[in-house]
Design a protein around this ligand. Structure first.
Ligand code: ZN
Length: 77
C-alpha cells in the first residue's frame, strides 16, 4: 500500500519535471537568442540589436529609432 503510494508520487513528480522542462525549452530561444525565431537587426549607429519588425529602416540599414537613422546619415556625409 505504501509502496504503491510512493510509486504514484514518483510518477507524478517525473510527469511534472517533464512538463516543466518542455515549457522551459519552448520559452528559450525566442526572445533571448538573436539567431533563432524572430530575426534581430543591428543598429549601425548605437550598435544595439532590435527586432526587425520594430526597426526603423533607412538607407538600407535598420535602426532602433528615427533619431539613430538621422544621426547615422549625418555621420556619413
Ligand atoms: Zn539606435
Amino acid at each position: 500500500m505504501f509502496l504503491r503510494f510512493m510509486i504514484l508520487g514518483l510518477l507524478a513528480y517525473l510527469f511534472l519535471v517533464l512538463i516543466y522542462s518542455s515549457i522551459k525549452r519552448k520559452g528559450k530561444g525566442s526572445a533571448t537568442d538573436p539567431s533563432q525565431g524572430e530575426s534581430m537587426v543591428l543598429d549601425p549607429h548605437c550598435k544595439s540589436y532590435v527586432p526587425k519588425n520594430e526597426a526603423y529602416q533607412s538607407h538600407g540599414h535598420y535602426f532602433c529609432s528615427e533619431e539613430c537613422a538621422q544621426a547615422y546619415a549625418a555621420q556619413q556625409v
